[in-house]
Design a protein around this ligand. Sequence first.
Ligand code: PEP
Ligand code: MN
Length: 358
Amino acid sequence: MSNEQLDALREQLDGVNMQLLELINERARLAQEIGQVKSTAGQKRFDPVRERNMLDMIAENNKGPFETSTLQHLFKQIFQASLELQEDDNRKALLVSRKKKAEDTVVDLKGEKVGDGQQRLIMGPCSVESYEQVYEVAKAMKEQGLTLLRGGAFKPRSSPYDFQGLGKEGLEILKQVADELDMTVISEVMNPQDVEMATKYVDVIQIGARNMQNFDLLKEVGSHNTPVLLKRGLSATIDEFIKAAEYIIANGNENIMLCERGIRTYEKATRNTLDISAVPILKQETHLPVLVDVTHSTGRRDLLEPTAKAALAIGADGVMAEVHPDPAVALSDSAQQMDIPQFQAFLESLRETGLYKL
Ligand code: PEP
Ligand code: MN
């Protein structure tokens, strides 16, 4: 074959490529339009019956030289890409997404702002055990200028025989200490029916990992103005985590903080595997503040400091860690809470490295 012949054929091929390009994009535009019509009508995007009809049509009209199976494979790729395009459009529309709102959401906790560029620390005991226990931790925090106090009153325990928390009495203790020391309280609620009551005692409602997809609870906290700290589920993907936050915002509450707390993997060296890259991904994909819980992700006291540094270095808006006056006798998470001198050393170390600035 002469060079001229080859050039001519290649020129024809380029022309066909350009026609295919036009046609594929034309098809994509139509698929997008169909997606919009379906979404307005509340119909599902993927329609297997319609896909089967299209594949049959290709088989009936195929004159070769491609095998029908080859063509069906190629067309399935195109169908899949179109479906993803419709999903992209859908993601754009998520209220928590950066695409929807470019500026960072800043959650105001009684004047202390989370997500304003200043990194914060949320600390306190795993469970509220007594007034004295909470007061001792809170006082040590206050002396260091920290005001965001966590403590569990409703505890999600793996075993029903383990300490379940003090319930409402625990919330009362938290509120009393917070009022006395002028602090902000963060505490978990597990039951949608307790949300209303809890908002009278706490400044932030925490949704724990085990309840990340408790959709009734998400809807309920979404219908209040109280800020919400939403933790990532034990086996939740980032996409599922984002959609859980969407449940809250879609019900009217925009004051949401996301908290990466480790996910379950095969690794046994830590209690969970801290997915540190979730932080920049969540910051890119959403406009919400992102925190890292170093206690529940690692489950190891010796890893709290290095992982907190990693969280601050990667751009988390805050770090959560647990502190107990005497972790050895703590009613929950005894192996991973810091005692007060360890908490002071932890803070000093973060400040020394310049990572924590307050
Ligand atoms: C907690 O923060 O008290 C807690 C139980 O954490 P998680 O839901 O992340 O396990
Ligand atoms: Mn705990």
